[in-house]
Write a protein that binds this ligand. Sequence first.
Ligand code: IFM
Length: 461
Amino acid sequence: MTINRQSPEQNGPLKFPPNFVWGSATAAYQIEGAIAEDGRKPSIWDTFSAIPGKVLNGDTGEIACDHYHRYPEDVALMKMLNLGAYRFSIAWPRIVPDGRGAVNQQGLDFYDRLTDKLLEAGIQPYATLYHWDLPQALEDRGGWTNRETAEAYAEYADVVSRRLGDRISSYTTFNEPWCSAVLGYGLGIHAPGKQDRAAQVAATHHLLLAHGLAVPILRRNAPKAEVGITLNLWSFDPASDSAADRQAAEEGYDLDNRAYLDPLFRGKYPETYLNALAPDETIPVQAGDLETMKAPIDFLGINYYIRHVRQAVPGIPGGQDVYPPGIYTTMDWEVYPPGLYDLLVRLNNEYQIRKIYITENGSSGEEGPDEKGEVHDALRLYYLQEHLTQAHRAIQQGVPLAGYFAWSLMDNYEWAWGYTRRFGIVYVDYETQQRIIKDSGHWYARVAASNALPDYRVIYP
Ligand code: IFM
């Protein structure tokens, strides 16, 4: 890895627009720990991670980064990183531990304290209401396959936003509903671990419905806060220039991206998605649902990590992935920054989106401290730099990109990968809970402070 080489194609720092939001992101189950404290009851991730073989090394979120107790120290770290905003998620099983009914004030108190700490530090709180930790009590009644869960979610959104109101700058209803539906109910590699395509289709619908039900509630309770949703989206490229591969890439885009974008922005599911449903995969749509889902939002959050390169396979809409040579992270994810540019420009051309945030983007990498206690995470630094360069390019093309949140503030529980994959710009020693800002974090702090990418570029490898 080489640092400080002048980039031939860049003259001076790449400046971002004034008021561009620089943040970083986490999620409750991945960092909080304290799973049985102050009235919290189990979520689907407590149940799933306790099943042998579901998570690497049997890791659970029982302690994680102990953020529930260490949040003041973590907010101080954010300050050192010059963050203007912090994107965190609120754990439904702390607030309404049985999913519906009794509200747990102690759970609300925690997010109240965190919000105050952030505001005191001059950091804007960006709260996500659902980042995968459904109360187990609701899963016992069918989880997201049951329409009741959407109603329960709307009640939960009401409770949270009545208490936190517009002290929260920005509410995100859901993080990556694709993951909840596809990984959780279709493929079974995330909680609740179901492998049932019909359940996946029902879950997708109820997640989008829950979003739509919550939007007016959030607006009523927090009129000054902005409201949106975060999707995990990919750019799609064909494996070759053949018509078949190009069609496979387009179908892939429809099935994974537009299946969420179209209901949210156009009030309908795309044809490719409808045509790909098997006879038993029925969307449980009721009158008015599609109208509800397209409640106008203030922003779309995008989590971008990789692109898909698709090769046609007869009879399989969307074809199959192929893996071109290149740089891959320890998740085996290709590093492909131009895909972020392609995606942003395409979204801006195809939908009326008021404002976009990149709510997650980052790289895994398992470097630990050296003998001087420093963490040299060359690939992550390069990854952030290259994606931010593409984000800057997209802004030049008129994309209304208003902020960027590095995933993640600190190393944490990477779901089915347990603690074996690290995404933090801050290193966490899980034995001692010591935090160390990595090279990428120091670099990001300078970028956030100057609102610009430096006039030098890091070369990797
Ligand atoms: O850690 C996850 C996060 O919870 C959701 N988006 C992707 C990240 C990396 O896999």
